[in-house]
Design a protein around this ligand. Structure first.
Ligand SMILES: [Cu+2]
Length: 442
């Protein structure tokens, strides 16, 4: 069947090519040149411009009717400003679109070839040049100034009574952080990031935890390399040489003196030798390549440096300001869903652990890149609760959403969080139930 279809297509192409050839031949026989175009042809082509223009305008208008209302109503105050800005820009673009296309297609039709018409020589007109330079400049300036104004309102300083929420991105999830009763976020340091402290909040607990984790890792690596067979054998040889110096002829007198002083030391060596023999006989000794051994040594070195950085942070960075250690202790950490009260100004602070992500909350018309090492921010004022929006959209399953809008890796699609907008009382109740930072440790 497929072969048949292919055959029909091939035969069809050959037929068309042959027809074109016949047409050329017959035209030549009739004394026509290929480049001569009949008046009927010109009229047809000219009318086709108009037909195309009408189809283009028609489908554009149809798309606006069909898809123009693709967004649910804005659920934030500044979202309304963004929507107005977008509508204004869109109206302008549509107006220009219709004018320019009407001129292009209309003139193509009106000035189609006519052998009785001679072209008018019109090389330059200063007035025309000024008009089509100045008008677009003014329009563009208005667009830019209006856009900048809306932008600076969204990113301007937040009010004192605004609620601050930190959104922390990493491959591949979001974490929200709320300041505790002290209304202040604890400072953070990436050196302190551990599974129990994913945001690296600086507190005594956080530091102890990170140090413990590092000690564990160093101890484990140390065990691995001290049980290496080649090194054990070398150590054994060394120990045996120290324990039986008699093998080393010519220094007997000196060794006797040494023997007297270090009876305890000798015991230590013997114990170590016995331990090595146990390891070798039990088969617990490992064999690794020189490269693997050195890689582990290098890892230990880097962990020690990490430990050093934490100790320095402990000693110098916060130093005298004892309060700084406690600020973060009541921070609340929230995963998978976060809540906002209705009618309040919310200031979002965005941070990223690893790569660029983008926090996108389409219903609030809010989007901001999250940049490693550079906190970004954005403020909105909520206007519609989740419940009201469900009624408006007639969709009982509707939820506001935060999602990542920057392709950040393999599980990017899964990087989202539900946002719940509710009354102040509901919000307060919810927040008080949220996990206090590292609470499970105490
Ligand atoms: Cu992402």
């Amino acid at each position: 069947m497929k072969l048949l279809i292919l055959l029909v297509i091939v035969v069809g192409i050959i037929a068309v090519a042959q027809l074109a050839k016949i047409y050329q031949l017959s035209a030549r026989l009739r004394g026509h040149r290929e480049e001569d175009i009949s008046e009927a042809d010109t009229r047809l082509q000219g009318s086709l411009w108009i037909v195309f223009m009408l189809v283009l305008f028609g489908t554009t208008i149809w798309q606006f009717i069909r898809y123009g209302d693709y967004l649910p109503p804005s659920a934030s105050l500044h979202g309304e400003a963004v929507d107005t800005l977008m509508s204004y820009n869109l109206a302008l673009v549509i107006f220009v679109f219709f004018v320019v296309n009407a001129l292009i297609f209309g003139f193509s039709f009106k000035y189609r070839y006519d052998k009785n018409r001679t072209a008018h020589f019109f090389p330059h007109d200063t007035r025309l040049e000024v008009i089509w330079t100045v008008i677009p400049s003014i329009v563009l300036a208005v667009i830019i100034i209006y856009g900048l104004q809306t932008w600076s309102e969204m990113t301007g300083p937040a009010a004192d009574d605004s609620i601050r929420v930190e959104l922390y991105s990493k491959q591949f999830d979001w974490t929200a952080r709320y300041a505790g009763d002290n209304d202040e976020f604890g400072s953070t340091n990436f050196n302190l990031i551990t599974p129990l402290n994913p945001l690296g909040i600086v507190t005594q607990d956080g530091i102890d935890q990170a140090l413990l984790k590092i000690e564990d890792k160093i101890a484990k690596l140390n065990n691995e390399i001290t049980a290496e067979k080649g090194h054990l054998l070398a150590e054994k040889l060394e120990l045996e040489r120290s324990l039986h110096p008699a093998d080393d002829h010519g220094h007997a007198g000196h060794d006797d003196a040494h023997h007297e002083v270090s009876e305890g030391y000798k015991n230590n060596l013997e114990n170590r030798l016995a331990a090595i023999d146990d390891l070798l006989e039990s088969g617990a000794a490992t064999v690794m390549t020189v490269a693997a051994y050195e890689a582990k040594e290098d890892k230990i070195y880097r962990l020690q440096r990490h430990r050093q950085r934490i100790l320095e942070l402990k000693n110098y960075e916060l130093g005298e300001d004892l309060n700084a250690w406690e600020v973060g202790e009541d921070d609340r950490i929230v995963k998978s869903e976060f809540h906002l009260p209705i009618g309040r100004e919310i200031e979002f602070i965005f941070r990223s652990r690893d790569v660029l992500h983008s926090a996108f909350m389409p219903h609030f018309r809010a989007q901001m890149n999250t940049v490693p090492g550079l906190p970004t921010r954005f403020k909105i004022t909520t206007t519609i609760t989740t419940d009201s929006m469900r009624t408006i959209l007639d969709n009982p399953d509707f939820n506001y959403i935060l999602l990542c809008n920057k392709i950040c890796g393999s599980a990017h699609f899964n990087m989202q969080m539900t946002v719940v907008v509710e009354t102040q009382e509901e919000y307060d109740a919810w927040l008080s139930e949220q996990k206090v930072y590292m609470a499970e440790k105490n």
